[in-house]
Design a protein around this ligand. Sequence first.
Ligand SMILES: [Zn+2]
Ligand SMILES: [Zn+2]
Length: 173
Amino acid sequence: MSELWLSLTGVPAEGREYIYSDQSLWTENLRRFEIPVETTQPLSATLFVQPQDKGVFVRGTLSGSLRIPCDRCAEPFELDLAHEFELFEEVSPEDPAEASDLLRTAGGVLELDAAGLLWEQFVLALPEHALCHPDCRGLCSTCGANLNITACQCESEDGDPRLAVLRNLKINQ
Ligand SMILES: [Zn+2]
Ligand SMILES: [Zn+2]
């Protein structure tokens, strides 16, 4: 798993911006968790990091394109990502890294888990229901046919009553 710890000691009070385009930050986890998503336009991210009184403020963007299977019909389709985020990681006075999963202290230096944060934001950027088209018709629950491509027999069972008449004619022959 990619590791990328960002030392917060050197970040000036006005903050600093970081740019990430190392694909392994995302592709390693996609493989590891066997997520059937490929990148078609390389992902890139920016992080603006600013240490504050009681924590660390982070604002960022994540963009790129993916090939992702549709939730309804399972056909892969292209999805553009343009994700923006803002978060505040609390730093506790006694044990600075205690309050946040994204912080650790190493040799007295407070560090931000940039790889963890960028993966978390990638997951959040994915739509809850990824659809190839807003009115994707999905798969027939009986025969599994992709109803965007073909109308199967089972679908017409409770469909147009005129079709039922035609079907009966065929059976009677
Ligand atoms: Zn679909
Ligand atoms: Zn069917």
